[in-house]
Write a protein that binds this ligand. Structure first.
Ligand code: 13P
Length: 288
């Protein structure tokens, strides 16, 4: 199975009232964990790659070849999209040239006119190769490009301006935040989601910061047009907690328990389990 664009899977998700999970890659173990999880429950999946991960894992071409290699080696038959997460302009272009099947161009820190111009160009270059495009309006809460936010909301009119550029799905802040949510978080702003939806029609919406949002809010967001949900933090925490437990139980001292593959195995399993838990919540199980 070759990597696929995320357009079709998200259009299907909008029609079927479920969401496809975007899970961020962090290392080789996460590639394995997410592919095995998706295959086991027959769910489509989007693998997200931030600029930091791209640098850590050897650049876009290395990641494309690694993911495609694992798909072939593990006999993965469900649709897998390999997607740039919060790409700067140069990163989006680099990934388009190097085998990614989907890109996010995040021009949200730019003046809206420049965001529009650059998004247009990314759409032109990506679509020429059958690659899907996500764009972003307004900053999403938490840490993004070293800037910090507290759950901002996008302007629905600006969402319409970007949606009209021919993008395939749109990320718009509705009070969501990357990373851990503060105790006094107000929750998702469904009035803003409704206003955005009214402007953009059936274009799939993307919810970033998908970790630790209460289940009922996730389900309500999906009912209101969210078709892609990005998850990173909860999978990272699952990995780290399982790894800590391994050491706390002194399993590295047993037999060959010190080998790196043995040390990383519980984290890989915990990542896979978290991925399946999220896919169950998003309703994407059995949709591939
Ligand atoms: P979390 O780390 O909060 O799950 O957010 C992930 C994300 O939105 C990646 O774009």
């Amino acid at each position: 199975m070759k990597l696929v664009s995320a357009k079709e899977m998200l259009d299907d998700a909008v029609k079927g009232h479920y969401a496809v999970g975007h899970f961020n890659l962090n290392n080789m173990e996460s590639v394995r964990a997410f592919l095995l999880a998706a295959q086991e429950v027959k769910s489509p999946i989007i693998l997200g790659v931030s600029g930091g991960t791209a640098k850590y894992m050897g650049g876009y071409r290395t990641i494309t070849d690694m993911v495609q290699g694992f798909i072939n080696f593990l006999d993965i038959t469900i649709p897998v999209s390999l997607h740039v997460d919060h790409g700067k302009y140069a990163e989006a272009l680099d990934a388009i040239e190097n085998g990614f099947s989907s890109v996010m161009f995040d021009g949200s820190s730019l003046p809206i006119e420049e965001n529009i111009e650059k998004t247009k160009e990314v759409v032109r270059l990506a679509h020429a190769k059958g690659i899907s495009v996500e764009a972003e309006v307004g900053g999403i809460g938490g840490e993004e490009d070293g800037r910090s936010f507290r759950g901002e909301c996008a302007d629905p009119k600006q969402c319409k301006m970007i949606a009209d550029l021919g993008i395939d799905f749109l990320a718009a802040g509705i009070g969501n935040i990357h990373g851990k949510y503060p105790a006094d978080w107000e929750g998702l702003h469904f009035d803003v989601l409704e206003a955005i939806k009214k402007e953009i029609g059936d274009l799939p919406l993307v919810l970033h910061g998908g970790s630790m949002i209460p289940d009922d809010q996730i389900k309500k967001a999906i009912r209101n047009g969210v078709a892609k949900i990005n998850v990173n933090t909860e999978c990272q925490i699952a990995f780290t907690e399982a790894t800590r437990k391994y050491f706390e139980e002194n399993r590295d001292k047993e037999s060959k328990g010190f080998t790196p593959r043995a040390v990383l195995a519980p984290g890989l399993e915990a990542t896979k389990a978290m991925c399946i838990k999220k896919m169950t919540l998003f309703g994407s199980i059995g949709k591939a």
